[in-house]
Design a protein around this ligand. Structure first.
Ligand code: ADP
Length: 396
């Protein structure tokens, strides 16, 4: 039994999962939230059920102590299920990390140096790495980067038409994100369809709270909708996605917004939340169906952008063999899927409305048997992908 601990350390949360990689099953998973706030929550789920408690968690080091206490008290104990390696999610690897990387002090330094490109994420990821290396000093730690899958994008796809010297001096280019998920679901789709990955052209729509589209050609990312940061592209739960950058100049000059206020507005107070008052697609679709015009417009904008990227990527790919929906919305919202693919029969995309309505229950085809482009729902599993890459990298 080879066991891997997967750690996803955010600015105020720590998510972990202990996986038995012989069967790729989860032995336990946990979420520690509101690190650094007066009151925090600690959740741990294992085969016996779930336990949640409130407790103040001052720092990431404290969060790791809480995780260890969860394993010791609730099980499985780490003596009975000792991890052979730890896999860490890291958001920004830029053009420095092209795949999973065994962490040493030098790698930590490099992740730190990339922080200006992901100021919300890399420092938090690093806090997790440091905490975990202290707790587990004798096993390998591997960094798995959200950006690595997209390092195969051409310069044409990843270069902004910004002044070249300015862009180069400040490392401004498209790096993408959600790479671990795009890789996992595109590979799972090829395996499920029993088609060689090398010859499959897939458009992936990862639509959760964060959302991104990816054109995958022969298992390689050739374009993706997130940019230098996860703000670009699709309309998301709270982020604008694409917007004319001149809107920022306008809001600054006319309404006095500061850079920090604009950052907050575009990242946390826009998207579906800003359009409709809620970032939950379930509520938005319910309200839209009941005739709420605000919710209807929010959903229209959301779907319009999805279609924009889908069309773009089918051209980029020179045609598509498969379209994959994944993540919270992609896996669960039959309505978003239906509306995204509406009227695309001329492209060879024929959704089977009954299959589309079936509840989320693993990987499945939702197009008709006659559809030239196969449409699938593929539940994503970033933790398993991180654990797989961790094992592959350590050679365990
Ligand atoms: P994250 O980006 O935080 O990982 P998830 O992939 O978990 O997000 O997706 C969360 C979102 O999924 C929720 O905000 C909600 O809008 C959407 N969602 C979850 N279940 C459903 C459902 N049954 N129908 C429509 N949307 C859903």
């Amino acid at each position: 039994m080879t066991i891997v601990l997967v750690v996803n350390s955010g600015s105020s949360s720590l998510k972990y999962q202990l996986l038995d990689m012989a069967t790729e099953t989860t032995l336990a998973a946990g979420l520690i939230e509101r690190i650094g706030e007066p009151s925090g929550s600690v959740r741990h789920t294992n085969a016996d059920g779930k336990r949640e408690r409130e407790a103040p968690i001052a720092s990431h080091d404290d969060a790791f102590e809480a995780m260890l206490a969860n394993f010791a008290e609730l099980g499985p104990t780490l003596e009975s299920a000792p991890p052979a390696a730890v896999g860490h999610r890291v958001v920004q690897g830029a053009r420095r990390f092209f795949g999973p990387t065994i962490i040493d002090d030098d790698v930590e330094r490099n992740i730190d140096e990339l922080s200006p490109l992901a100021p919300l994420h890399n420092p938090a990821n690093l806090a997790g790495i440091r905490g975990a290396r202290r707790v587990f000093p004798n096993i390998p730690h591997v960094a798995v980067f959200d950006t690595a899958f997209h390092t195969t994008m051409s310069d044409a796809a990843s270069t902004y038409a910004l002044n070249r010297e300015v862009a180069e001096a400040n490392r401004v280019r498209k790096y993408g994100a959600h790479g671990t998920s795009h890789k996992y679901v595109s590979e799972a789709a090829a395996e499920f369809l029993d088609r060689p990955l090398e010859s499959l052209r897939t458009a992936v729509l990862h639509i959760g709270n964060g959302a991104s589209a990816c054109a995958v050609d022969g298992g390689k990312s050739v374009d993706t909708s997130m940019g230098m940061t996860p703000l670009e592209g699709l309309v998301m739960g709270t982020r604008t996605g694409d917007i004319d950058p001149a809107v920022l100049f306008h809001l600054h000059r006319k309404a006095g917004y500061t850079v920090d206020e604009l950052d907050d507005l575009l990242n946390r107070r826009s998207g579906l939340l800003g359009l409709t008052g809620t970032n939950d697609v379930r509520d938005v679709t319910r309200r839209a169906a009941a005739g709420d015009v605000v919710a209807q417009l929010g959903l229209d904008v959301y779907v319009h952008r999805l279609r924009h990227y889908l069309g773009s990527y089918l051209v980029t790919l020179g045609g598509g063999d498969a379209i994959v929906f994944t993540a919270g919305v992609g896996e669960n919202s039959a309505e978003v899927r239906r509306r995204t693919l509406e009227g695309l029969e001329w492209l060879g995309v024929e959704l089977d409305l009954e299959r589309n309505q079936l509840p989320n229950d693993g990987i499945r085809v939702i197009s008709t048997d006659a559809s030239r482009v196969i449409v699938l729902v593929v539940p994503t599993n970033e933790e398993v992908e991180i654990a797989r890459q961790t094992l592959a990298q350590t050679g365990l």
